[in-house]
Ligand binder design. Structure first.
Ligand SMILES: [Zn+2]
Length: 460
């Protein structure tokens, strides 16, 4: 299979130039001013940017929670990702209590294999780490699962203690892995939640009130300290507040291998949405919660400075009508999470580049290159170069789209950005040279995506 992308403006994390790109059997074989190949399918990218396919390192597809399961499975969620310009996702294979790491990996492979529309791989979620589990670590890393996420909140279901975090860090860093943390002080939050409910405060907005920024900042600081003792690289998922970011900044200023991501909703939405009438606020019950608007400036500053290296979605969709409603009379029972896998590139291009906050190269870095580098996918993913996979997005920086749940591909009955008009959209998407989106319409097949084993951590 030969695909030739002509006349595009190639934008990577560092480059910006006009050239043609030839992809043969999935891999970029040539980049030159002018390429002719009579056998290749030609895609004309004139007037548009050609960027590496997005890498979303934080999604929850077909993921069971306490009372329900996320509404997008590996087919619908990855199809929505494709339409939005994302060609690789990293989901989470979750260990069950008493279960092995291998079982977690096998279970999630079963959900994803032959169904996913874009390339995929997994972080593990570890909930226990005893001797038998420690012995599995080298095999996990050899299967390309080089990162683990652990939760510092949700006691009784997901939360691990500091000793488990430390043991897991030691084991994974020894074999070339890294650790991601969901940083919130779960025990303090649990007390605040119980107090709120006892006082009759059951509405969605109390989800935010009971998870103040300092509970995030404390956990980030603790996570950094444990990682420093373990000499292990650490990555903080969904960073949401200025106070938490300050901890990351301080650690990075000291030269520690500490990384963090934020998500579009923390940059573009704020806690005033919880004040909407009735149960509407439940649409924004995600964790950490939306913050006061002044946190947004701090996060953008952190992005420009490189302290926030990645923008992921934390796509964790629950339908409003029959899933969010589980918490109608008790905010603590509202499934935590929101949708976003389809809209990441347009949201960040519009607010970031058109908003004058970042340039084109930084945009690519945040949504593709950095997640690929930190999580061991680079240079196969995350850039446009000879030898890299032919995952390309023909991106029209000026095309205007309007976000609406009525027209979206995500399998969910609302969108947090409903009605927002954005400039910047993926027009065509190639997955290893194969067109899977043409003129913004999905034309691929479930199973187009392949499992991508990841490389051991190298200092990016
Ligand atoms: Zn998440």
């Amino acid at each position: 299979m030969r695909t030739l992308v002509k006349h595009g403006r190639i934008v990577t994390a560092v480059d910006d130039y006009h050239a043609d790109i030839l992809i043969v059997d999935g891999v970029i074989t040539e980049i030159a001013r002018e390429i002719r190949d009579p056998e290749a399918e030609v895609i004309d990218a004139a007037g548009r940017m050609v960027i590496p396919g997005g890498v979303d390192p934080h999604t929850h597809l077909e993921s069971p929670s306490a009372l329900t399961t996320t509404s997008d499975d590996f087919v619908t969620g990855s199809r929505a990702a494709a339409v939005g310009g994302t060609t690789t996702l990293i989901d989470f294979a979750r260990q069950s209590k008493g279960g092995s790491l291998q079982q977690a990996y096998d279970t999630w492979q079963q959900k994803a294999r032959a169904r996913t529309c874009i390339d995929y791989c997994f972080h593990l979620i570890v909930v226990e780490m005893d001797e038998a589990r420690l012995e599995e670590v080298p095999a996990m890393i050899a299967s390309g699962v080089v990162s683990v996420k652990m939760y510092m909140a949700y006691r009784g279901r997901l939360m691990v203690d500091d000793g488990t975090i430390f043991r897991t860090m030691l084991a994974f860093k020894e074999h070339g892995g890294l650790i991601a943390l969901h940083a919130e002080n779960g025990d303090v939050i649990d007390v605040l939640v119980r107090q709120a409910l006892a006082a009759g405060k059951v509405a969605p907005k109390y989800h935010a009130v009971t998870r103040p920024p300092v509970t995030e900042a404390e956990a980030v600081f603790r996570g950094i300290c444990i990682a420093e003792v373990a000499e292990c690289p650490v990555y903080f998922v969904h960073l949401s507040s200025r106070q938490a970011l300050e901890q990351v900044q301080r650690a990075r200023d000291r030269g520690l291998p500490v990384y963090a991501e934020t998500c579009p909703h923390y940059l573009l939405l704020d806690e005033s949405l919880y004040e909407q009438p009735g149960f509407e606020g439940a649409k924004y019950v995600l964790t950490p919660p939306l913050r006061a608007v002044e946190h947004q400036d701090a996060l953008w500053t952190g992005i420009r400075a490189g302290d926030l290296a990645v923008i992921s979605t934390d796509h964790c969709p629950y339908c409003f009508v029959d899933q969010k409603a589980l918490g109608k009379d008790d905010f603590s029972k509202i499934p935590n999470g929101g949708p976003g896998i389809e809209n990441r590139l347009s949201l960040i291009y519009n607010a970031g580049v058109h908003g004058g906050r970042i340039n084109n190269n930084k945009f690519v870095d945040l949504v593709s290159t950095q997640p690929a580098k930190i999580f061991g996918l680079f240079p196969r993913k995350g850039t446009i170069a000879v030898g890299s996979d032919g995952d390309l997005v023909i991106f029209d920086p000026n095309r205007e789209i309007e976000i609406s749940a009525a027209t979206q591909m995500m399998n969910i009955d609302y969108n947090m950005y409903e009605g927002m008009r954005l400039r910047g959209s993926a027009d065509e998407v190639l997955l290893r040279g194969k067109p899977i989106v043409r003129e913004r319409k999905y034309v691929g097949q479930p199973g187009d995506g392949a499992y991508v084993p990841r490389q051991r951590y190298r200092y990016p």
